[in-house]
Design a protein around this ligand. Structure first.
Ligand SMILES: Nc1ncnc2c1ncn2[C@@H]1O[C@H](COP(=O)(O)OP(=O)(O)O)[C@@H](O)[C@H]1O
Ligand SMILES: [Mg+2]
Length: 229
């Protein structure tokens, strides 16, 4: 089942009064159980595409389905509820709330919805999994950039998403932590989760089911990546 479907999507920005296409005719899909990697230079349109996939940005043209729902048919509130229910998003940058502890940052998406009490120790065990078990009571200001990235990853996993959309989750991580994160994503994909990850890190490529390259807003499927259609 396709958890992400992007059909012929384009995004036009205005720059200096001129139209500028950050994304052109992009089509991509991620099925349950698939680990899909997206590579491309800085400024090529990767974050634009990911923001469109999770419904934070509206495409200028084309159609996007997240967990089988057309995003253009949803209000902002409905898109936000869908994101919370079905997707775990790791945005580029730190993106944690500075006035909450590390543990509360991870719990936050759970409490933003009406799910009832948190499953016993879930946030703490996710922090353990990303190697931050000892830092759960700290405030984010006490953490390094790489540690904050891992808080954002644990938070994205909090609600057991059907699909994970991660924008350079391994940036600013040491090699060992980066390997651990990619291994977590691989395991989740093997358990039926769909994963779409942007990375500069070629170490993840052997674990990917499919690889897309992005250049100047144009997305292409790498032909030699095994299971392409
Ligand atoms: N809000 C915006 N207005 C105008 N240009 C933008 C805006 N957001 C991004 N861009 C431009 O779109 C291009 C793609 O950006 P982005 O998707 O962030 O690339 P990447 O994530 O691959 O580094 C860049 O040239 C960037 O400057
Ligand atoms: Mg980016």
């Amino acid at each position: 089942m396709a958890l992400i479907e992007v059909k012929d999507a384009g995004k036009r920005y205005e720059r200096g009064g001129r139209p500028f296409w950050a994304l052109r005719h992009a089509s991509l899909s991620v099925d349950a159980g698939e680990f899909v990697t997206l590579l491309g230079r800085s400024g090529s349109g990767k974050s634009t595409l990911l923001n469109i996939v999770v419904g934070l940005l509206k495409p200028t043209e084309g159609e996007v389905l997240l967990c089988s729902k057309r995003l253009d048919e949803l209000t902002d509130a409905q898109a936000s509820a869908l994101r919370n229910e079905c997707a775990g998003y790791v945005p580029q940058g730190a993106g944690v709330l500075s006035n909450l502890t590390v543990l509360d940052n991870v719990r936050l998406p759970w409490y933003l919805s009406e799910r009832g009490p948190e499953p016993e120790g879930r946030a703490q065990s996710l922090l353990n999994e990303v190697g931050l078990g000892d830092l759960s009571d700290q405030m984010p200001s006490a953490l390094s950039g790489g540690e904050l990235r891992r808080v954002a990853i644990a938070r994205a996993l909090m609600c057991s998403p059907k699909v994970i959309v991660a924008d350079e989750p391994t940036s600013s991580l040491d090699m060992e932590s980066a390997k651990n994160v990619v291994a977590i994503f691989r395991r989740l994909a093997d358990s039926g989760v769909g994963v779409l990850m942007v990375t500069h890190d070629s170490a993840s490529l052997p674990l990917s089911d499919r690889i897309y390259d992005m250049a100047e807003g144009v997305l292409t499927l790498r032909g030699d990546a095994g299971t392409d259609q």
